[in-house]
Design a protein around this ligand. Structure first.
Ligand code: FAD
Length: 391
């Protein structure tokens, strides 16, 4: 098989990239190791930054998102049993975020790709990227029980944190920056309308809690738990009781309970691989970087990388210049590190760290108080949450 851009992975990064290339008249082949149902049902992110919404719309993939997505003009910070609204449009000159699940973004992009785009092969596992330093990189893959080779002009590794593409960058050229956290998130999906119309981020002495949603009838809620927690140790009743404690307020707010349909624990990690390019192999999304989910940045960064690569390749076709492809890694990493900083700071401000002293806990509260009472601090937070610009 032969193509211009070989894309490994049909998550948000790979699917959007295939769509952007198709729109620009550049052919690609997407290899995805899992089957379609798995990719479409894997529960993950749900908050789309303003820039992501704009990109999906411009790519012709925003129709259902515009119909079913929930525009959010702010979030609520909760601490010391009090509630503080952060008004995004007022603080950022009109920006907002949209709640629309990653599963739905993927479904929309898969449907478009299968209808209008180039080949998207499910159950096609990339085994290795070869010749990244040459003009003809290739992907060795297994599909329908046979091994095959996809010869490309460029390979983009959109295969997530556990994919194979990052391994094709020689260790002598790689630098890894990493932090793991001693806690994770126990997340549930529940068939119950959200108990608040905005996302609620709660700092509590017992640990962090997040109230989120997937639709007007489905709630998504999270509890900070120790990193090695087994989700099955938590009965539904215990989860609701703990959520109630951590989200409690001095006013009449109450938590709506409902049937839990899914339960899992997500580890928390910050990770950046530099550079994001080696020869004609480019890394995009989780293949190159991971953020703790607190800042809702993972999916949005993946979208940003796909846009940056597509623009660079179109620029090359139109001008003959490799300048933007050469700048790909530096361009992406600038935004990645802003998202790493934002996600880390928000995680540190809201979670109970087992090693924290009473002094550290007072600092957390002072930071929250600052964002809740100082417009400049709130504006900085709102700009970070609604998203860093795609240069
Ligand atoms: C459990 C979980 C919960 C999360 N929750 C949130 C959240 O609440 N908010 C948030 O912002 N972010 C969250 N994230 C992060 C967010 O979902 C990711 O940042 C986003 O999915 C990144 O998109 P991607 O396309 O780079 O990678 P992925 O979505 O991981 O897609 C990679 C794709 O590559 C495929 N693949 C892997 N190896 C191969 C191979 N060898 N050959 C072919 N295909 C391969 C995989 O099957 C997958 O489909 C969460 C992540 C996880 C794991």
């Amino acid at each position: 098989m032969r193509t211009t851009v070989g894309i490994i992975g049909a998550g948000p990064a790979g699917l959007l990239l295939a769509r952007l290339l198709h729109n620009a008249g550049i052919d690609s082949v997407v290899l995805e190791s899992r089957d379609r149902a798995y990719v479409e049902q894997r529960q993950r992110a749900g908050v789309l930054e303003q820039g992501t919404v704009d990109v999906l719309r411009a790519a012709g993939a925003g129709e259902r998102m515009d119909r079913e997505g929930l525009r959010h003009d702010g979030i609520e910070l909760r601490f010391n049993r009090r509630r503080h609204h952060i008004d995004f449009p007022a603080l950022t000159g009109g920006r907002s975020v949209t709640v629309y699940a990653q599963t739905e973004v993927c479904k929309d992009l898969i449907a478009l790709q299968l209808k209008e785009g180039g080949p998207l092969l499910f159950e096609a596992e990339a085994l290795a990227v070869e010749g990244a330093g040459t003009d003809r990189p290739s992907v060795r893959f297994r599909h329908e029980g046979r091994e095959d080779v996809l010869v490309c002009d460029y390979v983009v590794g959109c295969d997530g944190f556990r994919g194979v593409s990052r391994k094709a960058i020689p260790a002598s050229l790689s630098r890894v920056f990493e932090r793991t956290y001693p806690f994770g998130w126990l997340g549930i999906l529940a068939d119950v309308p959200p108990s608040h119309h905005e996302l609620v981020y709660a700092r509590h002495d017992r640990g962090f809690a997040l109230l989120s949603m997937r639709s007007p009838s489905v709630s998504r809620l999270y509890l900070q738990v120790p990193a090695d927690t087994d989700a099955e140790e938590w009965s539904d009743e215990r989860i609701w009781d703990e959520l109630e404690r951590r989200l409690e307020t001095d006013d009449a707010w109450t938590l709506r309970r409902g049937p839990v349909t899914q339960k899992s624990v997500t580890p928390m990690r910050s990770y950046v691989h530099e550079p994001m390019r080696h020869g004609r192999l480019f890394l995009a999304g989780d293949a190159a970087h991971i953020v703790p989910p607190t800042g809702a940045k993972g999916l949005n960064l993946a979208i940003g990388d796909a846009v940056t690569f597509a623009r660079a390749l179109v620029h090359r076709r139109e001008t003959g210049s490799d300048a933007l492809l050469d700048a790909y890694s530096a361009t992406c990493l600038r935004r990645v590190w802003q998202a790493e900083r934002f996600s880390h700071d928000l995680t540190a401000m809201l979670h109970r760290d087992p090693g924290a002293t009473p002094f550290d806990r007072r600092l957390q509260l002072a930071r929250l108080d600052r964002i809740s009472s100082c417009r400049a601090a709130a504006a900085d937070f709102a700009e970070g949450y609604t998203g860093f610009p795609l240069d």
